[in-house]
Design a protein around this ligand. Sequence first.
Ligand code: AMP
Length: 559
Amino acid sequence: MGMRRFAYVANAVAARSGKLEKVALIAEYLRELDDPDLQAAARFFTGNPFAARDQRSLNIGARAIVSAAKRAWGFTDAALSGRYRETGDLGAALGPLARPGTDLSLFGAETLTPALLDGLFMQIAGASGKNAGKTREAILERILRACSDPLEATYVIKIVTGDLRIGLREGLIHDAIAAAFERTHREIHRAIMASGDAGEVAVAAKHHRLDEIHVAYGSPIGFMLASPIPFGESYRELDGEAWFVEDKYDGIRAQAHVDGGIVTLYSRNFNEVTHSYPEIAEALRSQRHRLILDGEIIASRDGKALPFRILQARLQRKEIDPSLLEGVPLQYVVFDAIAIDDEFLIDEPLAERRRRLAGVLLPNERIVTAPFDTLDAGAEGTAINERFGAARERGNEGLMLKRVDAPYVPGRRGKWWLKLKKELSTLDVVVVAVEWGHGKRAKMLSDYTFAVQDGEGNLLTIGKAYTGLTDAEIGELTTWFLAHPLRPEDATRRRFEVEPAIVLEVAFDIVQRSDLHQSGYALRFPRIVRVRDDKPVSQIDTVADVDAIYAAMLEREGL
Ligand code: AMP
């Protein structure tokens, strides 16, 4: 069963709009495949040539793809550029230029199957040395020559570029594997989260061997996120549930994978950051169990957290010299356990995860568990605010309230975790436009228009801020903004739009309805708390978060 069939199924999936139809098409296809093809095809449907846990990449850019395709099929630049402009998708643009005349002679096979393609991708990823680029291109050229028709070529290239564009959200391939082999979505989702490989899980599901799927240490898992609630006199948000309360640490979120002597730390962008925190990695090495931990790295001295800017100074250094290690003493404050040995804990309630964590984590000078209290049912606002004050005394930012029965929900911001910060609240926003300042800031881009996101990835403006950053920070940002206007021709204007990439945390006292901004809201007294280099734009706060803060504020004021 060749890649041709994969391509036809993918194309049929793209043509349907209904979720169930898409899932049924893929499920039926997956059932047809033998194990090696199933493993590869299930991975390819995630849009990637490799399993999520696999750190390898093909390392083939658009230019190399085009030149391999040209050698395989011979076409003019003009033929390609028109099509590319129309589709914006290299697979869709190049595929139709494929020439029939399949040549598989070099592979000793009759058809290009998913399994064969998978093996060739491994060869591409494994190319090394001086001529690696040439080797990669040559293998790709052979792959393209082995495509039997334009549609097959289209989808092979889409997989190489890492995006199928067939309207298949990640959850749907989980649904399809579940439907193909009569499993629940939850079983499949959990196994894929644990192993980081949809292909391996599909084969295991087919043979009733899901219980043999192991936790993949060294493959980061999505971070669970919190929703903001505003500071007040009472907290309706907590009604009717049991909650843990912990300090909200103002540091850097980190997921630690401890696998015997191998320790890997990931930032919330899934970058590996182990080298930035050598002393934390070292301090985790002596753990007796294999662990995936969630926590916050903070600077701390004598039991008190130091301000974020002290940590930040350390982060800006590429090389960590020993004096920095002493000057900025770091701690990893662990607040969750995602896996212990071969047990994947995301479906366990928080209370159980914390209990298990306390039983296995060996604390030391640098590794501590975040202390937590249980809130009494119907806890008074004053009790929470006292707890808030105590957290601030310890140098922390505020409180986290976590439902005792919360599962660990990777990559989601929900109501299981709530964060209570200082001002009315703060929002994480992205700068969309900038303006030259006045007076002593006349030579700096110091006035920022910022936006939150709606549910669909659109950015909607909500306010403007001028204060909160130091001149040095504004100076650096000015350089960046000048280099990243949204439209180059606008960069000479007094105010211009910029690429949405700089995430700021802004504090404010009041949120009002307003037609002034696209979000329908405006903030009173917004001030910039800090630049959030640690947060990708996809994770900034949403209009729904603002709705919630607004509703809670009105309620508190008795309106
Ligand atoms: P935010 O980054 O503002 O969305 O707030 C959530 C962040 O608070 C998480 O990403 C963590 O980096 C941080 N955080 C600090 N303390 C805790 C805690 N005790 N539990 C969970 N997250 C925490």
